[in-house]
Design a protein around this ligand. Structure first.
Ligand SMILES: [Fe+2]
Ligand SMILES: [Fe+2]
Length: 310
């Protein structure tokens, strides 16, 4: 026999599922209208443009530091080119992790649901993005920059065992901060046309991914057991710490002829950089705070990552 409380729980669960399907349906409609094939959409044969940046200078890690002020304009532009390659490499790393998380997320779900169909659409988007980023790195002529081995292996464990809310929280972390930078990059006329095209495509398609992950995480933080909510807060805080550590591979400094240690120290001490990173994370941290992810130990980890102001 079902009690009143059981019925309420059932009604809430059905409401959440309906809501989930409606969100997915809208995202599928938008995907049908606004999806891009980067191979056809962008001119990959066009030569690299002289005097144009690969990344807006204000978003380069060393911008406005004593070291930056001593660098020539050529060296600054060279650093921007290497950092664009480093961020694109980070993007590919995240997307490959995300594809696996999405596949795990839908493994037990109804294959004909809109929710699953959208997840598959998003995986297809991420496949195109990763290939597009790799091509952009090659075109710029800088190397690809893998994350340090330790974090590469740590993520191997996380992407295999993470719970659903933990996975979506990490997804948002990867997507929203890079998205903030890309929104400033694509309209910027000082930037290479190809980089502007790549970031424009990514921003348009990524907006749907952010919506999908946010809606799912919001639902999960209501329905998950307490231990899982707590685990999500801690793992998300740890992911923020790893993310900010891996954000720019310090090898970029060596490759443009700078002292790596000194450069890392100056980036760490830079007020401008802290502001850029915190502005990039703001939309996300406001949202996470709203749904109860930024509490206790988790919040302290976010502060130590430098992505959340004290
Ligand atoms: Fe992407
Ligand atoms: Fe994405």
């Amino acid at each position: 026999m079902t009690t009143v409380t059981d019925r309420e729980v059932l009604r809430d669960a059905l409401g959440l599922l309906r809501d989930r399907e409606q969100v997915a349906e809208r995202l599928l409609e938008s995907s049908a209208k606004h999806s891009f094939d980067p191979d056809k959409e962008l001119d990959w044969e066009a030569p690299v443009e002289d005097g144009k940046w690969f990344w807006p200078p204000e978003l380069v890690s060393l911008y406005d530091t004593p070291m930056w002020r001593k660098m020539s304009e050529d060296q600054r532009m060279d650093l921007a080119r290497h950092e664009a390659a480093s961020l694109a490499s980070l993007g590919i790393w995240f997307e490959i992790i995300l594809m696996q998380l999405l596949v795990r997320h839908i493994y037990d779900k109804a294959v004909t649901s809109q929710h699953v169909r959208y997840a598959l659409t998003e995986i297809a988007d991420e496949c195109r993005h990763s290939m597009m980023f790799a091509k952009m790195i090659q075109k710029g002529g800088a190397p690809s920059y893998p994350v340090p081995r330790f974090y590469h292996n740590l993520a191997r464990i996380l992407k295999t065992v993470s719970t659903t809310p933990g996975s979506f929280a990490a997804t948002l972390l990867g997507e929203e901060i890079l998205d903030y930078m890309q929104r400033l990059t694509f309209p910027d006329e000082r930037v290479q046309t190809l980089v502007r095209g790549v970031t424009r495509i990514h921003v348009v398609e990524e907006a749907r991914h952010v919506r999908y992950a946010r809606e799912e995480l919001r639902r999960q933080m209501v329905t998950a057991p307490r231990w899982e909510q707590h685990f999500t807060r801690v793992s998300c805080g740890e992911a923020a710490r790893v993310f900010s550590t891996c954000f720019v591979n310090p090898e970029v400094y060596t490759n443009v002829g700078l002292d790596r240690r000194e450069a890392v120290a100056q980036v760490k001490a830079s007020g401008h950089r802290a502001e850029v990173m915190q502005s990039g994370a703001k939309r996300l941290t406001d949202f996470l705070d709203d749904i109860g992810v930024l509490q206790g130990v988790g919040r302290r980890l976010w502060v130590s990552s430098g992505l959340l102001a004290r």
